[in-house]
Design a binder for this molecule. Sequence first.
Ligand code: G6P
Length: 613
Amino acid sequence: MCGIVGYTGNEAAAPILLDGLSKLEYRGYDSAGIAVFDPESRETAVVRAPGRLLNLVQKTDGGAAVPGNCGIGHTRWATHGEPTEANAHPHHSAGDLVIGAHNGIIENYQELKQKLLRHDYTFYSDTDTEVAVNLVDYYYKKYNIGPIDAIAKAMVRIRGTYALALMFRDYPGEIWVARKDSPLIIGLTDDAALLASDVPAILKYTRTVYYIDNLEMARLTPGHVTFYDLNGDAVEKESTEITWDAEAAEKGGYEHFMLKEIHEQPKAVRDTLGCYIHDNVIDLSATGLTEEFMRSLERLYIIGCGSAYHVGAAGKYIIEDLADIPVETDLASEFRYRNPRFAKNSLMIVISQSGETADTLAALRMAKERGVPVLAVVNVVGSSIARECDYCMYTYAGPEIAVATTKAYSAQLVSIYMLAVRLGRLRGVLDEETYAADIAEMTALPDKMERVLEDKERIQWFASKFANAHDIFFVGRGADYAISLEGSLKMKEISYIHSEAYAAGELKHGTISLVEDGTLVIGVLTQKDLLEKTVSNMTECRARGAYLMGLTSYGNYFVEDSDDFTIYVPKAEEHFIGSLAIIPLQLLGYYTGVARGVDVDKPRNLAKSVTVE
Ligand code: G6P
């Protein structure tokens, strides 16, 4: 959701900015732009284009038409105003003294705009960013102060979220940044400084990065960065070395990142399990959780958005069953605005791939304000959620580029399994034998996931058969319902086919009225005490014309008596089989999207990381 890049050094900036923006395309955007200072003409050229980045690449001749060694770039996901050229970033202040790009939302931009209008400022766009850029310009001129003091004054007045990259006409070759709640990293080489919303944009140039904190600013010059607090005092920061393999953020021969990431799931799960299971024992000490604390817990709240919420939905069934602790699961966007009655001795678990999702971060902060400790299950090291939580359980999925999550979801799911089993053993719900058997079952998952992936041609064939479907319903009960939710989300996200997941028992309370001749109903059938009930519900749909697909484990061959097409996954312990069942559904969504010609890695209107409300 909006991507920012910046470069100052000895090289031509524009091609580096365009390359960086291409690495941030996954975040979702609908227009793009760059601003580059040309030392020859002493002018800063701003070039912007609506639509795909390719339009901007063509307009700038791959960057060659915009000379200079210092610049900023932006991919915009429209919030204030349509995705037009006028609204695309970077924006300039009236008089061109300050040029800036911004990720986030300035909530009080109308009020600030009125103030600036009273001081004779004029505006050419609908954006909140133009207001922010002019506000900095206003303080800069009014008090005749340097960029840091002017930005700090603006930050005090701005309500909302921002990662802001600015260039001042009076400071050629320098980039100034400020951050509150929107992701931003700074990278350094010997002779250049870079900034970006995410690591893949700068990985080609450096692995040395700095995480800028909330309400901090920085000044970038070639090879140097200085950080400042809101008082304008310089602050010291340690750099972090990125350990990712640069290839991790490339397609590596696959047609799409999504397909590559689906295939990386056995590794993501193996790596995540391997981090917390040593010598057949689950060791969560790296998260900071102590045994005494875990034993004392009386209630858990699992919060997330999108697929992360679906992990929580599965977690409720699994943790309640294995650890005998009441679990409440909620969407972060709902949770943050209700008034939850936190029970004593409770723990909030927030789940997030990016660690930057605005609603999840807000829910985390609410819990902390109310004295409830927070465990984050998070993939991106150094992200806001990772830094603000009390306990951090990293997932080891590696960089995930496709908008629709797959491997991060799977890594989150096994993290919840480990938590459930560890809690269950500590609280005496699981005896030593069951505990050992559960660990063996979890450890066997990656190999079984590989076997599921081997069967992908059948799913590809089935996807092409239903590529013109209007509606698809996913049904299941218990943990199968949680998997249905995720399967349905994958389908609608990347195929644009209307799809819903229903608790199978709810079908008769309304949804069945939507079933007509040929409607595809997919049943997730892995829970032995529940699957026959779901099969009955599916049969009722068939009586109304539905085409039935069953997803079950080897051995449940009787399912074929009732459905039209059956997908099997290897047998596994019921609490953990969701990790296998989800893969055919991800593949189904993927191949359906491909058959319909959708840009599956960057589906319309969606963003990888939703950093605004
Ligand atoms: C977006 C992504 C989803 C993701 C959700 C939560 O909607 O497209 O794939 O599940 O955000 O993101 P998070 O980074 O918090 O896991």
